[in-house]
Design a protein around this ligand. Structure first.
Ligand code: BGC
Length: 487
C-alpha cells in the first residue's frame, strides 16, 4: 500500500492524528447514529413530522416485469439533463432505450424559474424533433425525475420543499413545479403529458426491482445523497386521513439528507460547520453535507486551508487557488486515493497542476490520509442510513440498489460501506452479508418509465389514489392505447 508515515515529522503526525480522531466514526458511534436514525425515520411518517421529510411518492407497488409501453423520461441532474425514450416490450424485465444528453448550464442553477423550465422544455422539444421528425404524435407519457425534496399530494404534482445540491432558483420553493413545467411545454407545442414526477431514489428502487425481487431500498450516493424504500400505507400515520388499505405498498422518498438537521448525533467537525454556514441553505441537509459528492472535496479543501493558516503545511507557498471555495470536487479525492505510487507522485502532480502547490513528501502523506478519512467517513455514515431502514422494517436479508457518482466511482466506497454494515449488525466474518448494496439499474430512465407505466395501469384499474386528473392521463397516449388493447 503506498504511503507511509515513517518519515513524517512529529508536528505533522500530530495533525494527522487529530484528523483521524475527528473524522473517524467508530462502530459504537455508527450504532448510536443508526438507532437515532430509526426513530427519525418513524417520526418523519407521523403527522407532526421530523427533520427527515419521508415523502410518500404515490408509487404504489413494485413492477411485475411485464409492464409494457413507450415512455419518455427526463432527468434534471446537476451537470446534465438527460432525455430518454424507453420501450418496455412484452418480454419480462426487458427494455429498449434511446437517449440524449444536454448540458445543464451552470448559470441555470441560480437563474430564474422561467429560464429553467424554458431550457428543459427546449431540450425535450429538440429530442422529439430529432427522434420523431415529421411524425404526427399523440401525447407521450413522461416520467420526470426531479431529484429534490418535493411533497406530493399526487404523483403528477410536487411542491418543492427546498433546493438542495447548490441549486438556488427563486420562486420555485413552496410551489408545485408541474404547472410551470407543463406551461413551458404547452407554449412550445411539445406533445408530452407528465404522468409521474419522481425522485431519483424511487426510480432506482423500481428499476432495480424490475429484475431483482430481493430489492427493497434504492439509494443515491452522488452529488446529493438519499434513499427510498417500499412502506405499507398502514405504517404512514400522516396518510391515515386517506383511509387507504393498510397493507397497500407505497414507496417513501426518505430525503434522508436532512437527517440530524438539529445536530443531535452526527460527529460534525468545524469544517462541516463552515460548509453548512456558507451554503445557500444553512441548517439544511446536515447528513448530506457530510457524505455527498458535492461536499467531499470542499471538506478536504477547508482542512488544508486551516492547516496552512496554522503554519503546519505548504509553508511559504501561494495557496490562492486552494482558497477558492468548491474548487476541488470528489474526483480530486478519488485520484488521490487511487495514486498507486509509493512516493505519491500522482498526488504531487495533482497538487502542482490543479493548485500550483509543491508539496513535500510528508504533506503528501497527510493529503492521502485525509482523503481516506473523508471518503471512509462518507461510506460509514451512508451505511447507518441503510441499516436504519433495515432495522425499522425488520428486514434481515435484502438487496439495496445504489447509484450515483460516489457509489460508482469513489474508490473503496462499496467495500467500506459493506464493512460498516457488518460492524453495525455484528455479522460474523466469512459469511455472505445478508444486506447487499449493489449497483442499480438506470433509475432515472427505466425507473421513471416503469413508474409512469405503473401509474397508467393503476388508472386503468380504477385505483386513482394520489393521481390528479386521472381522466386526462390516458387520452391518446401510445402507451395507454397499447395498454387498453390488453385490458
Ligand atoms: C435531494 C434528493 C435526491 C438526492 C440524490 C438530494 O440533495 O434532496 O431528492 O434524491 O440529492 O440526488
Amino acid at each position: 500500500m503506498p504511503g507511509s508515515m515513517a518519515n513524517v515529522p512529529k508536528d505533522l503526525l500530530q495533525q494527522i492524528q487529530h484528523l483521524e480522531e475527528i473524522f473517524t466514526v467508530s462502530t459504537e458511534k455508527m450504532k448510536e447514529i443508526t438507532d437515532h436514525f430509526v426513530r427519525e425515520l418513524t417520526k418523519g411518517l407521523t403527522v407532526e413530522g421530523g427533520s427527515i421529510p419521508m415523502n410518500p411518492t404515490w408509487c404504489m407497488g413494485f413492477p411485475t416485469g411485464y409492464e409494457t409501453g413507450t415512455f419518455l423520461a427526463l432527468d434534471m441532474g446537476g451537470t446534465n439533463l438527460r432525455v430518454c425514450e424507453i420501450t418496455l416490450p412484452e418480454e419480462k424485465g426487458e427494455f429498449d432505450i434511446i437517449q440524449s444528453k444536454y448540458r445543464m448550464p451552470e448559470e441555470l442553477k441560480t437563474g430564474t424559474a422561467d429560464e429553467l423550465w424554458g431550457y428543459i422544455a427546449d431540450c425535450l422539444q429538440q429530442f422529439i424533433e430529432y427522434h420523431h421528425e415529421g411524425e404526427d404524435l399523440d401525447e407521450l407519457p413522461l416520467g420526470f425525475t426531479f431529484s429534490y425534496p418535493a411533497t406530493q399530494d399526487y404523483i403528477n404534482h410536487g411542491v418543492l420543499q427546498r433546493w438542495t445540491k447548490g441549486f438556488d432558483i427563486d420562486g420555485v420553493e413552496g410551489k408545485d413545479v408541474v404547472p410551470p413545467f407543463e406551461a413551458a411545454l404547452a407554449e412550445r407545442g411539445v406533445p408530452i403529458k407528465l404522468t409521474a414526477l419522481i425522485n431519483d431514489t424511487t426510480g432506482t428502487l423500481i428499476a432495480s426491482a424490475y429484475t431483482d425481487t430481493a430489492m427493497k431500498v434504492g439509494c443515491i450516493f452522488g452529488t446529493g445523497c438519499n434513499a427510498a424504500y417500499m412502506e405499507t400505507c398502514g405504517e404512514v400515520p400522516k396518510l391515515a386521513h386517506m383511509k387507504l388499505d393498510p397493507e397497500t405498498p407505497i414507496a417513501i422518498n426518505c430525503e434522508w439528507g436532512a437527517f440530524d438537521n438539529e445536530h443531535v448525533v452526527l460527529p460534525r467537525t468545524q469544517y462541516d460547520v463552515i460548509i453548512d454556514k456558507e451554503s445557500p441553505r444553512p441548517g439544511q441537509q446536515a447528513f448530506e453535507k457530510m457524505i455527498a459528492g458535492l461536499y467531499l472535496g470542499e471538506v478536504f479543501r477547508l482542512v488544508l486551508v486551516d492547516l496552512y493558516e496554522k503554519s503546519h503545511i505548504f509553508e511559504g507557498q501561494d495557496i490562492a487557488k486552494l482558497k477558492r471555495a468548491y474548487s476541488l470536487d470528489a474526483s480530486f479525492l478519488s485520484s488521490i486515493e487511487e495514486d498507486p505510487y509509493e512516493n505519491l507522485s500522482e498526488t504531487q502532480d495533482l497538487l502542482a497542476n490543479k493548485l500550483s502547490i509543491q508539496a513535500t513528501r510528508p504533506e503528501l502523506e497527510l493529503c492521502r490520509r485525509l482523503a481516506e478519512l473523508i471518503g471512509t467517513r462518507a461510506a460509514r455514515l451512508s451505511s447507518c442510513g441503510v441499516a436504519a431502514i433495515a432495522k425499522k422494517k425488520g428486514w434481515e436479508s435484502f438487496h439495496v440498489g445504489a447509484d450515483g457518482s460516489v457509489f460508482n466511482k469513489y474508490p473503496h466506497f462499496k467495500t467500506r460501506g459493506a464493512a460498516a454494515l457488518r460492524e453495525i449488525f455484528d455479522w460474523p466474518k466469512g459469511k455472505r452479508d445478508p444486506i447487499d448494496i449493489r449497483a442499480a439499474e438506470d433509475g432515472s430512465g427505466v425507473g421513471a418509465a416503469l413508474i409512469a407505466a405503473l401509474t397508467l395501469k393503476r388508472i386503468q384499474e380504477g385505483n386513482v389514489a394520489g393521481i390528479q386528473h386521472p381522466e386526462t392521463m390516458l387520452k391518446g397516449t401510445k402507451a395507454a392505447d397499447k395498454k387498453s388493447d390488453q385490458v
